[in-house]
Design a protein around this ligand. Structure first.
Ligand code: PAZ
Length: 349
């Protein structure tokens, strides 16, 4: 694919692939299913020596939470995530409203301990975390830019090919649809001051750099990111189960756009979600033509903590039921059907 000829191979890729190879070999030997879970947002740098970049909202909640439920369902998980976004298990204590220090207290002897109020809850999380470490079932691989994401996805998918239908792709990352190609990227920080505009050379292509100043205005002219999902389905992972997410903000478009994505890419499942309600409702659109909503009932959409309001559900507040605890078992069921009955791309919901 032309993209990979024209955009640089990330420096971290070789070491990540070596880790992934050992991980995949171990789990292939143990005949364990392997899920590649992508999570968090990708950045689009405007300069090679990056000061400015375009980003998106994703915190990695969907990916990190789902990864925990895949692990609980017996999968080994390659967690391809945006650096510094939420991680499985650690996510419970890393959010700004959930600072880990709030869970700690001084003991009578002056040492630091977990506050008795949280011992039980933290013990549960710790036990699962320790098990994943002991069994070596969770591999954390970070990316930052959309270019790093695409290279990793391609190379990991090809590495997972020998797993055949025992492999699964759960594409929850919020991947930019637009980017600055390497040959239209300026090297140095874009100068906002008109006196210094001429000091920035053009990109290598002869075209103006994708991000440049015109007078006092910053002009950003982005290329479309190539349709990597088609390549993943047809070439990089033809025997895997592939699940993508579709994010919309307009409720009237969600079902249609999800169906459109499934038809266009011919994979197994699209999970549609809306920005404001994504923590408590999702739409499954499957290859068999089946569609169904998973919805957390209204009375379980917020935890009963002081200060959390029902109208905030799906925004900053945390639901009492994690919808991923319903999504992942549904997927596991579909995956089992696919492994046992072959891959007709007509999985009944
Ligand atoms: O990371 P998060 O939990 O805040 O958000 C999850 C999500 C909305 C990014 C994910 O569910 C999703 O829809 N990902 C795909 C986005 C898209 O490219 O359409």
């Amino acid at each position: 694919m032309e993209y990979f000829e024209n955009n640089p191979r990330p420096a971290s890729l070789d070491s990540h692939i070596a880790l992934a190879r050992a991980f995949i070999d171990q789990h292939a030997e143990q005949n364990r299913r392997v899920a590649l879970v992508t999570s968090g947002g990708t950045t689009v740098p405007l300069e090679n020596q990056t000061v400015r970049f375009i980003d998106n909202f994703s915190a990695g909640t969907r990916g990190a939470t789902s990864a925990e439920y895949f692990l609980e369902s017996g999968y080994a998980v390659i967690f391809l995530h945006r650096q510094f976004s939420l991680l499985p298990y650690a996510r419970h204590y890393s959010h700004s409203t959930n600072c880990f220090l709030d869970y700690m207290a001084f003991s009578s002897s002056g040492g630091v301990v977990i506050d008795t109020e949280y011992q039980h809850q933290m013990g549960d999380v710790l036990a699962k975390y320790k098990k994943a470490k002991h069994d070596n079932t969770l591999l954390l691989l970070p990316f930052t830019t959309v270019n790093e994401y695409l290279w990793h996805l391609r190379d990991l998918a090809m590495l997972m090919q020998p797993l055949g239908p025992n492999s699964l792709f759960y594409l929850a990352a919020a991947v930019s649809d637009f980017f600055v190609p390497a040959d239209r990227m300026v090297e140095h920080k874009i100068q906002s001051s008109e006196e210094f505009h001429s000091q920035q050379p053009n990109g290598n292509s002869g075209e103006p750099p994708a991000a440049h100043m015109e007078g006092k205005r910053l002009i950003i002219d982005l290329d479309p990111v190539p349709k990597f999902l088609k390549l993943l389905v047809d070439k990089w992972a033809p025997h895997s189960m592939i699940i993508s997410f579709k994010l919309e903000t307009d409720p009237s478009m969600l079902a249609e756009k999800s169906r459109y994505a499934l038809k266009k890419y011919s994979h197994h499942l699209v999970i549609g979600n809306l920005l404001n309600t994504r923590k408590w409702e999702v739409l499954f659109v499957s290859a068999g033509g089946g569609e169904k909503w998973l919805r957390v009932p209204a009375n379980r959409r917020t935890k009963s903590v002081s200060g959390s309001r029902p109208e905030d559900a799906g925004k900053d507040s945390e639901p009492a039921v994690e919808i991923e605890s319903w999504i992942v078992p549904e997927i596991e069921k579909l995956h089992t059907q696919m492994i046992e009955n072959g891959d007709p791309r007509e999985l009944a919901l």
